[in-house]
Every structure is written in structure tokens, then in C-alpha cells.
Ligand binder design. Structure first.
Ligand SMILES: [Zn+2]
Length: 306
């Protein structure tokens, strides 16, 4: 019997579901919009279950054909117990998602944080497949990060490892959504770029600011250089701390022209990281892009974690 892997990526406004081959190819994919309201976690769990049945129907499979179901959730996730502990943007608090899915499909169910699932996907079949110690840093509205250490997902004792966006740069810096001040993402994620972009003009998008910088606008270049500077500091600290061999960047801001982001970042890291690591470290674009959490979730298995 043909066995299939199912991956689910639950986001703030959409549930993405797919059938994924063991080499990471997406065989079938669908997306369902969610309306998130307090206490609506049941609705999202139902969307997940319905999506899996729809995928089975589309592919001509049945429940018995499923090898595993992997779920990527935002927020704090206890992957061992299969519980979403706290995901404010979808209003989940202490929800035992794993049991709910397992009691419907009778197959192994794996749950992980979306950024860790993304890192697992890149490690298995994407930008990190030739490496054992790597990070996937997603630079969007905020900054997400998944860490693979010695070929396993690292989640830390409180399931909070990888809070790269909340490395402290300056305790008196700008206020962060996490309630503290001066976190890395207050200097170099989309909200920071938009905030600083207001000095150039009203209603500029992140892309407008990068286009202006590309055209040589001095004020826009100051902003994009600041992004490189602070992301670079974060990456150097991460590399020095963990002796990584590769970092993949993804998320909206990673689409900036290479000469404004990736190239100067590589340069910064070469100049400032410990020289032994700096010579070896690879900093590349993610290979799986926005599908990374879905593909990675589908490839989760019992060997995934420490
Ligand atoms: Zn913070």
C-alpha cells in the first residue's frame, strides 16, 4: 500500500494543508481561510480535519494510507505532549491538538512550532540538506527562527528556543511586542522598516523603501543598511554561540535585492564572526520559501527531536 505524509501549516489567517512526498515534493495542496475569534480553536481543528479528508479525496486515498500527519503551529508549542501552549494570534491556549487529530485518523501525529517545522523542512530537503547545524531565520513583520542542532530540532526546556527576534540589542531601545525594550526585531523586521520609513514619506511599503534604496535614495539606504547591521549582529552572535554551518533566510524581507541584504550580510558576518566559523558559514536563501513549514511538518517523525 502506498503511504502518504500530510503536512499542515496553521497561520494567522490561513490553514495550509498538503500531501508531501518523502523527497519534499508537494503532491496536493489546499488553503482554507480562517476567521479567528476567541474560543474558536474548535473551528480551526475542524478545518484541519476537513482539509485532511479533502486531500485524501483529491488523491484517491483513504485514512489507512496516511503514514503520518505533521502540524506546524505559531506561538509556544509543546511538541512532546502535542499541545499548543500559547498562540495569541490564533487564540489557542493549552489546546491538546495532537489527541484531537489522532483520535480521528489513527496514525502518528507530530506537532511542532511553525518556524521549527520550516527549519526541519530546509534541513531534510532544502537549503540545509548538506549541513547538521543550522538556523532558518524568517524575516517578516517580526522575526522567527528554527534551530537544527546536530541534526535534530532544538526546542529548549521551555519550548522557547530560537527567539532570535527577541535577542536584546539595547535595554533602552524601542518597545517590542513582547513587552520588553530593544529586541532585535525592533531594529530590523518589517515593523521597524515601516516605522523608520515614515521619515521619508507617508504610507511607504517595505518594497517601496527597498526600491528607493535600490535607486540610491540616501535615507532609504540608511534604513536598509540598519537592517543589515542589526541582523548581522544577531547572526554573528548566533554563529559564535552555536558554531552553525549554515543559515537560511526566508520571509518577505528576504526577497530584497541581494546587494541590499544577503551580500552585505555575508560580508558583515565574515568580518565579525570568529574567523574559524566565519570562513565556513554559508548564508543563503531558503530553498522551500513559504512552503517550508508545510513540507517540514509533513516530514516530522520520531527522530526529529532531542
Ligand atoms: Zn521582544
Amino acid at each position: 500500500m502506498r503511504k502518504i505524509n500530510i503536512g499542515i501549516d496553521v497561520g494567522g489567517s490561513t490553514v495550509n494543508a498538503g500531501i508531501v512526498a518523502s523527497d519534499g515534493r508537494i503532491i496536493e495542496k489546499m488553503a482554507v481561510k480562517t476567521l479567528v475569534q476567541r474560543g474558536q480553536h474548535e473551528a480551526i481543528i475542524q478545518i484541519i480535519i476537513d482539509s485532511i479528508f479533502s486531500l485524501l479525496e483529491k488523491s484517491g486515498g483513504k485514512s489507512d494510507d496516511i503514514r503520518s500527519i505533521g502540524l506546524g503551529f505559531p506561538g509556544t508549542v509543546d511538541s512532546q505532549r502535542g499541545i499548543v501552549i500559547f498562540a495569541p494570534n490564533i487564540m489557542f491556549e493549552n489546546i491538546d491538538v495532537k489527541s484531537r487529530i489522532a483520535e480521528t485518523f489513527y496514525c502518528p501525529v507530530y506537532l511542532n512550532q511553525d518556524s521549527r517545522a520550516a527549519a526541519w523542512g530546509e534541513y531534510c530537503v532544502g537549503a540545509g540538506k548538506d549541513y547538521t547545524d543550522m538556523a532558518v531565520i524568517t524575516i517578516g513583520t517580526g522575526i522567527g527562527c528554527g534551530l537544527i542542532i546536530n541534526g535534530k530540532i532544538f526546542h529548549g526546556s521551555n519550548n522557547s528556543a530560537g527567539e532570535f527576534g527577541h535577542l536584546i540589542i539595547d535595554t533602552e531601545g524601542p518597545s517590542c511586542n513582547c513587552g520588553r525594550k530593544g529586541c532585535l526585531e525592533t531594529y530590523c523586521a518589517a515593523l521597524a522598516i515601516l516605522r523608520d520609513g515614515q521619515k521619508i514619506g507617508n504610507d511607504l511599503t517595505v518594497k517601496d523603501i527597498y526600491d528607493l534604496a535600490d535607486a540610491g535614495n540616501t535615507m532609504a539606504l540608511k534604513i536598509t543598511n540598519q537592517v543589515v547591521h542589526y541582523l548581522g549582529i544577531g547572526m554573528v552572535n548566533l554563529i559564535n554561540l552555536l558554531s552553525l554551518d549554515m543559515i537560511a533566510i526566508s520571509g518577505g524581507i528576504s526577497n530584497a535585492p541581494d546587494h541590499l541584504l544577503l551580500d552585505p550580510l555575508r560580508d558583515f558576518v565574515k568580518r565579525h564572526a570568529y574567523s574559524t566559523v566565519a570562513q565556513k558559514i554559508k548564508i543563503n536563501h531558503s530553498a522551500l520559501g513559504e512552503n517550508a513549514p508545510l513540507i517540514g511538518a509533513a516530514l516530522l517523525d520520531e527522530t526529529t527531536e532531542y
